[in-house]
Design a protein around this ligand. Structure first.
Ligand SMILES: [Ca+2]
Ligand SMILES: [Ca+2]
Ligand SMILES: [Ca+2]
Length: 417
């Protein structure tokens, strides 16, 4: 967990004297983790309780598995930051003409490549036509994104490109399921304005978290992570995940649910109340000029600089303006980023715009080298921009056409995020 990393560094400094402070030690505005300011003492208490669960390493006696990917949230989301590609999740499926088949009978769509002793782990079947690898995203600032009203997302979307700018952000529309409806109902029961989330569009629900916007809120995302990434059951997903190719349904012998609703609530609260990654040098002249370039060449059409939350039962998240640099919508990014894998409301080339806040703080947590885009394939901002095809192609052309000075300014701006 965050205190772990920073704490160890501080111990190292204390034992070697102040000279060690020079390089490598993050200052407060470089550390991602931390609480939103202005919370009550009891809210900070719940945040810390959730932090502990987020970091907790679970074992087979706790219900880990029988098949799983990692043993704690924090193993993938180290320091609440973007993770290293060695912790990528793998998902697969196949194109069967009229639709994309998630290959449930082969253990799809998500690969669990680890298993309890004596139990068979999964492998990607040869029949899969689409395989995608997903790098763990940072989890900071997500409470703000969770608190945005559906109506804001509906207003931002432009599926038919009515304004003719070549960009047609789409809502990720998810077919109703018991899991989605219970996740929405549970959250709505705590909200002052039930209905700010859970709007039905053509009978379907709006996805907002995950790289293809597969989940409707942080509760849905959290129970899904426990289940799919760790093999842990909860009140909302009560049946253990098994390898369908393992023959008879083996149980892990641990009573379900393995994770209590109290723990889930604390983890969700933790995610909701992680602060926004701090900016650096935001008032620098080049950085400001770079932000203007970012808008001029159309980056800001998808990486929307400013959003506002709706009503929230948490005062710190109630109707506040914030700067995520995302529209939370799906965009067709062209063949450049098409892994042949579709899920939820998103096609194979579609990805939800990732927030850019904190984007330049991540490499420290990824082993000193940045791994950008959904699978970590880009090692620099320039490389990431070069992969922008489809709806992103016009802004890529805009980037290529920049004068050397403006290009540097744009990069300075990204480095300030
Ligand atoms: Ca289990
Ligand atoms: Ca699986
Ligand atoms: Ca179990």
């Amino acid at each position: 967990m965050k205190l772990g990393t920073v704490g160890l560094m501080l111990i190292a400094i204390a034992s070697t004297g102040c000279d060690a402070l020079a390089p490598g030690v993050p200052t407060d505005d470089e550390v991602l983790a931390g609480t939103i300011e202005g919370m009550t003492a009891s809210q900070v208490g719940q945040h810390l309780a959730g932090d502990e669960e987020f970091a907790r390493v679970l074992g087979f006696a706790d219900g880990l598995g029988p098949i799983f990917v990692a043993a704690s949230c924090e193993q993938c989301h180290v320091g609440d930051a973007k993770g290293h590609p060695s912790f990528n999740l793998t998902r697969f499926g196949r194109d069967v003409g009229d639709r994309f088949d998630p290959m449930i009978s082969f253990g799809g769509p998500q690969l669990q490549h680890r298993a309890a002793p004596g139990y068979p782990a999964e492998v990607v079947p040869a029949e899969a036509t689409g395989v995608t690898r997903l790098t763990p995203p940072a989890v900071t600032g997500l409470g703000y994104l969770d608190a945005v009203d559906d109506t804001t997302l509906i207003r931002l979307s432009d599926p038919d490109d009515a304004d003719g700018d070549g960009i047609s952000g789409r809502l990720a529309l998810l077919d109703p399921s018991e899991l989605i409806e219970s996740s929405l109902a549970l959250e709505a029961s705590q909200s002052p304005t039930p209905g700010s989330q859970g709007t039905r569009v053509d009978g379907r629900f709006i996805g907002r978290f995950g790289k293809k916007a597969l989940t409707v809120n942080l509760l849905h995302q959290t129970v899904g992570a426990y289940h799919q990434d760790m093999g842990l059951t909860t009140d909302l997903l009560t049946e253990d995940l098994v390898n369908p190719l393992a023959g008879a349904r083996a149980s892990d012998g641990v009573a379900d649910p393995e994770i209590s609703s109290g723990v889930v609530a604390n983890v969700v609260f933790y995610l909701k109340t992680l602060r926004v990654p701090p900016r650096r040098n935001a008032d620098d002249a080049d950085v400001r000029a770079g932000e203007a370039v970012f808008e001029e060449i159309g980056c800001a059409s998808c990486h929307v600089p400013t959003l506002r939350t709706g009503r929230s039962n948490l005062a710190v998240l109630d109707r506040v303006e914030f700067h995520p640099y995302t529209d939370l919508l799906l965009h067709d990014m062209g063949p450049e980023l098409d892994d042949g894998y579709a899920e939820g409301g998103a096609g194979t080339a579609e990805w939800r715009t990732p927030p850019l806040w904190g984007v330049s703080l991540q490499e420290r947590f990824q082993g000193g080298q940045a791994f950008l885009l959904h699978d970590g394939r880009a090692r620099s901002f320039e490389e990431a921009i070069e992969f922008h095809g489809g709806e992103g192609a016009a802004s890529r052309e805009g980037f290529r056409a920049l004068s050397p000075e403006d290009r540097v300014r744009l990069l300075r701006f990204l480095e300030s995020l």
